[in-house]
Ligand binder design. Structure first.
Ligand code: SF4
Length: 496
């Protein structure tokens, strides 16, 4: 098999490499031998995630005033470079940022190392949230992070340091930003994980030795694709750091799989995973949908039959019943969110509150009687704003159709004027109320905007067209209602 190699690959075992090795020896071996792993995450999304992590790291550094920062070899952004710079910094300061440790082919960079009288205390900064208040705090600690810390402690000790403990710095999930600047002591929480990390020490030493032996080999390990290929940061074993790019169709493993690989059956669990992933290249076509021993679920059985017959499987009756419930006009609201904002930028927001920055409204109507409209979400900075929801008018007169931005200076009175003029009002719905949106909110258990997919289908029969015709034969006359826009507050992102 021809493999694309990256000559610049780092040959030491790093923290990332160690964690990938716990997920899959083959993945680690491929990386160690310079085989480029296809990207799973889009570059733009990755850049946002990295930016969020750096923001949290910068904030965490404020918890350690006077800390010295170490840079990588070749960067020279500070006087303290690499391992040697770390040694000097540890001798000069009470805390060191990005401390470098190396020993016997192992390398680790610790986010923050605190110099205490008895020895070093290692801190790992994560941009994940942690709920400090509740009944079962320990259950909320991510197992992967303990392995991450345990590896760092192992390398630091192998490098000759006395390490007395390790902990995590995380975002407080319950934090709500007030009116002033974000304060590190308020938004971040320190979690001591020394006991958990100590319990992993022996296993880390064993695993590192085994990995070094495996990586010296010239033969690619024989792991087969299976559940391990998917990331699962909360997995108890702490061995699923991320989705593997080699599982993609153009990845080393993905391209060897048949188009209808048995392992892609939905909802595989328990013994079925071993059944379908234990045979290399097993196809769905090879499975017996009626095999009593396999105990396929109804969905799995239908997928098997669908693949084998190459027939689409459509539940016509329940689909028909659902479609018959719809009445014209139908509105399609598409809301786009930024879910990567770790540090809240506006008062009233929590970490990772979704920030709506763009929306569009399209109305599909049978008889042409509906009017379209839309306005920029005025509460785009706050996804939980009541006014954000009310400002999506279902029926603005054609003469007042917005190109997607709210007229300058229009406040809540403007929104009310929209409703006054809307088709909803003309059809007798109470002013200021939108039963459809209210019902939608109730369906979402009180959330004002959806926490899930960012595309909504709103059935407007209750508020917009109580006397509208029943849908019998869809005509698919979908038009853009003139709504939609980009929130000016969403880009570029600025520090408050
Ligand atoms: S696709 Fe799966 S089996 Fe292949 S290297 Fe990645 S994790 Fe390992």
């Amino acid at each position: 098999m021809a493999l694309a190699h990256d000559a610049s690959v780092h040959r030491s075992i790093t923290k990332t490499s160690y964690l990938l090795g716990r997920q899959c020896p083959r993945r680690q071996w491929l990386g160690h031998h310079g085989v480029v792993e296809p990207a799973v995450t889009e570059a733009a999304v990755l850049a946002l995630q990295i930016e969020a992590s750096r923001e949290v790291e910068s904030l965490a550094a404020e918890l350690f005033p006077g800390a010295l920062r170490v840079c990588r070899e070749g960067e020279a952004t500070t006087p303290y470079v690499g391992v040697e710079g770390t040694k000097r910094a540890l001798a000069e300061a009470q805390a060191v940022l990005q401390a470098h440790f190396e020993a016997d082919g192992l390398a680790a960079i610790s986010d923050i190392v605190e110099v205490r009288a008895e020895g070093l205390y290692l801190w790992e900064v994560k941009s994940s949230t942690y709920e400090a208040e509740g009944d079962d705090d320990e259950a909320r600690a991510n197992p992967l992070y303990d392995w991450d810390l345990a590896y760092q402690v192992h390398v630091a000790r192998e490098a000759g340091n006395v390490v007395i403990g390790a902990g995590l710095i995380l975002l407080r999930k319950e934090y709500v930003r007030g009116g002033g600047p974000v304060r590190a002591e308020e938004v971040l929480i320190r979690l001591d994980r020394s006991a958990e990390v100590a319990a992993l020490a022996a296993r880390v030493a064993e695993e590192v030795a085994a990995q070094q032996s495996m990586l010296r080999g010239s033969t690619m390990p024989t792991e087969l694709p299976g559940p391990r290929c998917k990331g699962g940061r909360k997995v108890a074993a702490g061995n699923r750091p991320s989705d593997c790019g080699h599982f993609l169709p153009h990845g080393v493993c993905g391209r060897e799989l048949p188009v209808f690989w048995a392992g892609s059956l939905p909802n595989l669990a328990g013994g079925k995973i071993a059944l379908v992933t234990g045979t290399p290249g097993l196809k769905i076509e090879d499975l017996d949908p009626n095999d009593p021993a396999a105990k396929w679920t109804e969905t799995q059985r239908r997928v098997i039959e669908g693949v084998q017959t190459r027939d689409e499987v459509v539940d016509h009756v329940p689909l028909r019943e659902k479609l018959d419930e719809l009445e014209w006009p139908l509105s399609f609201v598409d809301l786009e969110f930024d879910p990567t904002m770790a540090i809240p930028r506006h008062p009233g927001m929590r970490p990772y509150d979704r920030v709506p920055f763009q929306w569009a409204l399209a109305i599909e109507e049978e008889c042409g009687g509906g009017a379209g409209g839309g306005a920029l979400l005025p509460g785009a900075h706050d996804s939980r704003s009541e006014s954000s929801v009310r400002r999506v008018p279902a029926g603005r007169p054609a003469t007042d159709r917005s190109p997607g931005r709210a007229p300058p200076g229009r406040g809540d009175d403007g929104a009310e004027a929209d409703r006054e003029a809307s088709g909803r009002r003309r059809h007798g719905a109470p002013a200021g109320a939108d039963p459809t949106l209210r019902r939608h909110r109730e369906d979402r258990k009180g959330g004002l905007l959806p926490p899930g997919p960012d595309v909504l289908l709103l059935d407007q029969k209750a508020g917009t067209r109580p006397d509208g015709p029943r849908l019998r034969r869809p005509r698919h006359r979908k038009r853009n209602a003139g709504g939609g826009g980009v929130a000016p507050s969403a880009a570029p992102r600025r520090e408050p």
